[in-house]
Design a protein around this ligand. Structure first.
Ligand code: NAP
Ligand code: FE
Length: 368
């Protein structure tokens, strides 16, 4: 018998070249927009021009979002939205600007210290957000999560709320054409980790797994391009849809211990988020394989791979130079493992990973 499940995904999704201009009536959701971007990608990708050409209402631009956004940045953005009287938010960029915009939309209606959102939640519904991704990785355009850097705790942490789901997501894969091969690969592996972790999550069910399976198949077709570091339009389109499918999956399942383990590599060593997951990925899959060999086998089949060794080789091919350059002090690993094993993501993982098991995954990945 099937276990109980539920499914809720309130974001309207439009896919296709030109969708920002073509779908204007769907995404101009108020009379004044706060447009939230990173420093340069919104312009470089062409997305900002498309938004400005078609918005037709008043707007302010907040272009201060850094990679791995801080609490201070979202506080500043929230203030900007309140002071300018914005009634909707347009987010353009990779996961960093998208995530920041989602919290800014909460702070626009709730004048609070952003750190308190984690412990106290918020009362007033966030402003509606229109999300326009320029990377194909985080799936943030269809999730209710935002990941912020918490300096006090020296880590990154996810914040979630149903009203943080963007109202509209506009997916135009041509915006990813200005990405470097490195960022394309890093972000693609983030998408892969959402698809695979979602599929291997304790909250996997019939509906969300079907999203993950379709996403893994599309991702698998992109493997030759990722290996060759050459991306044509078809591949860019498939990576973008696979990434959105990954976001839709983790919106239901959340992520697992792999994401929790990647955060210290990003926080302490500046490793981009997807790459951090990629470096730990094969050892994580081998760990899950001990308890759920069939499910891991299904992941490999969906990706078009035949063995865990082949998967490990793929991650090595994508990241070998980066991994070689990474020097992690062995002595920090017990503390990192303790912390990752204590997260909700770990509790959502097959095998109920203990601190010891998590430390072993770190060791196998980082000390080889
Ligand atoms: P990112 O941090 O948003 O961007 C990485 C770099 O790529 C930035 O320098 C950015 O420039 C540049 N860039 C973005 N799009 C570009 C384009 N089209 N052309 C040229 N350069 C471009 O990277 P990301 O991997 O997309 O997002 C990572 C963040 O998302 C992390 O904080 C991660 O924790 C979070 N995340 C969130 C979720 C979720 O569910 N909400 C899931 C996974 C990860 P600019 O600085 O100019 O923008
Ligand atoms: Fe992620």
């Amino acid at each position: 018998m099937l276990a109980r499940f539920r499914f809720a995904m309130p974001t309207k999704v439009f896919f296709g070249q030109g969708c920002v201009k073509n779908q204007r009536s769907e995404w101009v959701l108020g009379s004044k927009a706060l447009i939230v971007t990173g420093r340069s990608s919104a312009k470089l990708s062409g997305a900002l021009d498309d938004v400005l050409d078609s918005i037709g209402v008043d707007y302010e631009v907040f272009s201060e979002v850094e990679n791995n956004p801080s609490l201070a940045t979202v506080a500043q953005g929230g203030r900007a939205a309140r002071e300018a009287g914005c009634d909707f938010v347009v987010a353009i960029g990779g996961g960093s600007p998208l995530d920041a915009a989602k919290v800014i939309a909460v702070l626009a209606r709730n004048e609070k210290d952003p750190l308190d959102l984690y412990s106290q939640g918020w009362e007033n519904r966030a402003l509606p957000v229109v999300a326009i991704p320029t990377t194909a990785g985080t799936g943030s355009e269809v999730t209710q999560y935002a990941v912020l850097t918490i300096e006090r705790d020296r880590t990154k942490r996810g914040l979630g709320g149903f009203d943080m789901f963007p109202a509209v997501a506009l997916l135009d894969p041509t915006y990813t054409e200005s990405l470097s091969a490195d960022v394309t690969i890093d972000t693609a592996v983030d998408a892969l980790s959402h698809l695979v972790e979602g599929y291997l999550s304790l909250k996997a069910d019939a509906i969300n797994s079907s999203l993950a399976v379709q996403g893994m198949r599309m991702w698998g077709r992109c493997i030759p391009a990722l290996r060759n570091r050459g991306f044509d339009r078809k591949v860019r389109a498939e990576l973008m849809v696979a990434s959105t499918l990954g976001g839709m999956t983790i919106a239901q399942t959340s992520t697992t211990v792999l994401h929790a383990m990647g955060y210290p590599l990003t926080y302490f060593h500046g490793i981009p988020h997807g790459q951090a997951n990629g470096i730990l990925f094969a050892a994580y899959l081998r760990y899950v394989h001990q308890t759920a060999p069939q499910k891991v086998g299904e992941v490999l089949v969906n990706l078009g791979l035949t063995s865990l060794n082949e998967f490990q080789q793929l991650m090595e091919d994508l990241f070998k130079d980066k991994r070689r350059a990474l020097k992690v002090d062995e002595e920090v690993l017990p503390a990192w493992a303790q912390r990752a094993a204590a997260t909700k993501n770990a509790a959502n993982s097959i095998g109920n990973p203990s601190p010891r098991a998590v430390e072993e995954i770190f060791r196998k990945s980082l000390l080889r």
